[in-house]
Design a protein around this ligand. Structure first.
Ligand code: FES
Length: 194
């Protein structure tokens, strides 16, 4: 499997398929990976590729692609304080066919004022909807869970846990993450397909 990323501006970057290739291929199973829209009224996935910004209100679920090392591109793309949503694309094998460059999820890259960085899954842990940024918070439009920009739950919403933190590393000038998909609806983090 190979993958790539595209941000809201439509820029793209190649996935890292070097060191991570073994673990990625271990995730591939000869079962049909059906992408499901979790939010009512969501459009087709093809529309996501045409309008990546729409990922913020549409969530995608698959049974595979749950552990994929990807490169987000130059760290300079995330130099300003704030949150940036990045849509994750990958080439998906589905039984006998292969669908190139499909959106499989999204992440938040959080750059704090002190220069430190965090990468969060943009998928709500409650039921898997996509989250949106409100400037000073991250919110889920489905059932109104709210999170701080560090991904911590604000009391009052139904999400059973904070937004999932994804491992990241800066190698040279490049930001890389381990894109992991966790099961929704659980207080603890359980990798999908595990
Ligand atoms: S899916 Fe996000 S609050 Fe329900």
């Amino acid at each position: 499997m190979t993958g790539s990323l595209r941000d809201d501006a439509g820029a793209s970057a190649n996935c890292d398929t070097g060191d991570a290739q073994t673990s990625v291929e271990c995730e591939l199973r000869p079962t049909r990976r059906t992408f499901m829209l979790r939010c009512a009224g969501a459009g087709a996935l093809g529309a996501l590729a045409a309008a990546p910004a729409a990922i913020s209100i549409i969530a995608v679920r698959s049974q595979g692609e749950s552990n994929l090392r990807v490169a987000l591109g130059p760290i300079s793309r995330f130099s300003s304080p704030g949150v940036t949503q990045v849509v994750v694309f990958a080439d998906v094998r589905d039984g006998w066919s292969q669908r190139p460059h499909e959106p499989i999820g999204a992440v938040w890259v959080v750059r704090r004022d002190d220069g430190t960085m965090q990468v969060l899954s943009a998928t709500c842990p409650h039921m898997g909807c996509g989250t949106t940024s409100k400037g000073t918070s991250i919110e889920c439009p489905c059932h109104r869970s709210t999170f701080t920009l560090d991904g911590v739950r604000v009391p009052g919403g139904p999400s059973p846990r904070d937004l999932d933190v994804l491992e990241h590393v800066v190698e040279g000038d490049e930001l890389r993450i381990q894109f992991v998909r966790y099961r929704a609806g659980l207080a603890e983090r359980v990798v999908q397909g595990a």
